[in-house]
Write a protein that binds this ligand. Structure first.
Ligand SMILES: [Zn+2]
Length: 237
């Protein structure tokens, strides 16, 4: 086989490998986001419950202030009983006290209900915090695995790039320029096999005369259709 063609075939294998490795490295941030997503979900749930909890606590504080006010009001009303002269006035005051006491009872119910809600949410917060911690540990482990894999892949990339350097030393510069241009315009696939007279790059038939020449693998030929450098893999060579 033509030596240059042989080098190009090898170079293409290396460049395909480099592209695959680079894609693996490019996928790393996406993978990390993916493993972090349950943690983010857990955090969102926790934040939501904490907000609800805080809202109930706030409601409770407001109602407690209202209760103090209403107790003051009732005390003041009760102190007025000493100033009462007539039964009619007395009845009216009792009625007023009763109304305010009813309002107080409603506020007390509200406080109780807000306390119960806050308590329930407080328990949910504890559970969610446990979930979050468990998830965080898992996520940290997974992230470490991904980072380790990434550094292994980066080492592999350096190794393959080193091999590439050696291979291109043996390639004539004109041949390399053509190869490199094709690599750019043909989606990373510049050198391609022809199988059963069909270019595996574009799936077009190779003209019979060209195929006869190609099978000798003595020259560098391009696919008439996609311009890629083509070769024929002879089972005996
Ligand atoms: Zn082709």
């Amino acid at each position: 086989m033509n030596k240059q063609l042989e080098h190009l075939i090898q170079l293409q294998q290396i460049d395909s490998k480099i592209r695959a490795i680079q894609r693996t490295i490019e996928d790393v941030p996406g993978k990390i986001t993916e493993v972090e997503s349950p943690l983010q979900d857990s955090q969102n749930v926790l934040n939501r419950i904490k907000q609800q909890h805080e809202a109930f606590e706030k409601k409770k504080r407001e109602k407690e202030r209202a209760l103090e006010d209403i107790n003051d009001k009732i005390n003041k009303l009760k102190m007025r009983t000493g100033e009462i002269k007539t039964n009619k006035e007395y009845q009216a005051l009792l009625k007023e006290i009763k109304a305010v006491e009813d309002a107080r009872s409603s506020i007390e119910d509200d406080i109780l209900s807000a306390m119960e809600d806050a308590d329930t949410l407080g328990k949910q917060i504890k559970t969610e915090e446990q979930n979050y911690r468990a998830n965080k540990e898992k996520v940290e482990t997974l992230k470490k695995d991904i980072e380790n894999e990434k550094s292994e892949t980066e080492k592999e990339l350096l190794k393959v790039q080193g091999i590439r350097e050696k291979v291109i030393e043996a390639v004539d510069s004109e041949v390399y320029d053509q190869y490199f241009m094709l690599l750019e315009i043909c989606g990373g696939l510049a050198v391609i096999e022809v199988k059963d007279e069909i270019c595996q790059g574009c799936n077009m038939n190779i003209p019979p005369q060209l195929f006869v020449e190609l099978k000798k693998n003595e020259e560098i030929y391009n696919c008439p259709q996609c311009r890629r450098i083509i070769f024929y893999k002879n089972s005996t060579s």
